[in-house]
Design a protein around this ligand. Sequence first.
Ligand SMILES: [Zn+2]
Length: 627
Amino acid sequence: MVATGCTGGDDGGAATTAAPATTTANTPPTSQAPEQDQSATTLPPATTEALAPITTLRLAAPPDCATNPACADGLARVYGIDVSDLIVPTEPGAPMAAAVLEGAADVGVIFSDDPALDDPSLVQLDDDRTMVAAENIVPVAKMALVSDRGDALRDAIDQVTDSLNDDELRSALAAVRDGTSPEEAARTFAAATGEIDPAADAPIRIGAEAFPTARVLANVYAMGLSARGYPAVVVPIDGFRALEIAYMIDDEIDLSIQYSASLLEYLDGFQGRSSADSAATLSALRELLALAEYEAFAASPLQSRNTFVMRKDIAEANGIANLSDLIPLAPPADVAPAPGDLPELQDPFAIFGPGDLRIGSVGPEVRELQELLSQIDYYGGPLNGIFEEPTRRAVAAFQVDSGSAPDGIVGPITLVALREAVDAGATAITTELSTTGDSSGNEIHLTFDDGPSGEFTPQILDLLAQYDAKAVFFSIGNQVEGGAELLQRAVSQGHRIGNHTWSHASLDGMSADTFAGEVGRTQDAISAAINETPTCLRPPYGATDDQTRDRAAGLGLSVELWNIDPQDWSRPGVENIVSNVVEHAGPGAVVLMHDGGGNRDQTIAALGQILERLSADGYRFTPIPGC
Ligand SMILES: [Zn+2]
């Protein structure tokens, strides 16, 4: 059922025309009868006919959704709904709304503090069975922090927490979305509470995960504590909760701004101990953290919870107002047994296993480490559970590639990064070696994902032209029509266009139908734009499964990953992007960068320097062979 190219609504559930009767029977008897043409014809591609039961529920959600008790896992457990296809857009908020509005997803998950929720074409589904727990913002630190710095620090932290409010946070996030830095947005936010007077010594290091709310809040606490006599700095973290906790354990940060329910569930192994009761959730979290001598300070009333949205016209036409209204329409989940008595609380940091592994360590943990390293081709030695020089070298090589100090010792940060690498791109390294081919020459293959972008793609094309560099642009299908001229210009300059799915969906575990919609539809759109059909597919997040290659091959596509990832999407600073690429560059290397998906000013500034330095080293820039 590849879309025939007319409107956006003809993939997904609409093709299963089987049983309209079911729908009618299950809609509530309100005055809004679910007749097809009842709803206002406000939206252009409106497919407001009654939904037939759907074989796949496509959910656009943040990266942690699969295991989040307030997301896919919760929909199965609490509502008995199976989320068959998870679509994880590049950034939270607006891209989720876009996926729902243009029909790539049936339901979207947006944080309750996100300005994208205000779109009048979206409707928020009521969580009528209380799946989403109380999710208050709560600062967490080792107890030693307060004993070192004195009890007045707790007051200072509590005062900053008290100053948080929903309106200020929302406007700060709206400013960040419009290009203001999190620091600037936080300055406006913090200015409401006290003068900002940065002092000098021994700053308190506050972790900031890689999403806008976390960056803004970390800056608000840093400024608020500084103003109260506790100099504080923000430590940006290129990852999410697991990595931030690892930073905390390794003493790379002192204070972490968390969400009460999510942190409780994460540390407790998703036992379902959080609830809609804020106080009960916080007290369970404190009890758990105390076992490992960590402290959760007072929580803010401010929450940031998963909120489920649908297109308003579709929801209204089908009488869907609550999450439970989806049950008769959505595929049923294998319902997990209802949680009985909760197990006793355990040391929450046991998830990181025993202490550091290093030369001389022996045992099953070392064997597991060797298996992880070998899965992504860093280790080819015996899986014998003995940490000797070959294991140390493999660890150090991985640490270099993941951007941490190559000390050859496996602490929590390395372990988290390693598990994430295995989960996200298990096939990355073997594939890139087989696709790049020529490792003896002087060619480097630049790639740009997530475009085309009217603002950033032209600047990148200009820079590439200055160095006679040819690249591959992996385009997102739903941006192709609006960016057709950019793609034509790229092709006329000698660049190649590849497929990066219709809505930046993770292809891992995806059904065949959705794959056809995501990848096949993008092939059609690109062919229409440039008169050539792409031959290369870049899976978002590098995520693939056993079927991805075969399905791609069926559409004439080879799967192309990368081996240099400077994480430019996370805006780590121009210097970081440049040094990451230049230091890892070698013949046949494939570099991942982005011309869309957010503000790319850093990418563009870095690209100029990268082209300059690598050209001077004698490299030429050519498309990935075969793309
Ligand atoms: Zn991408």
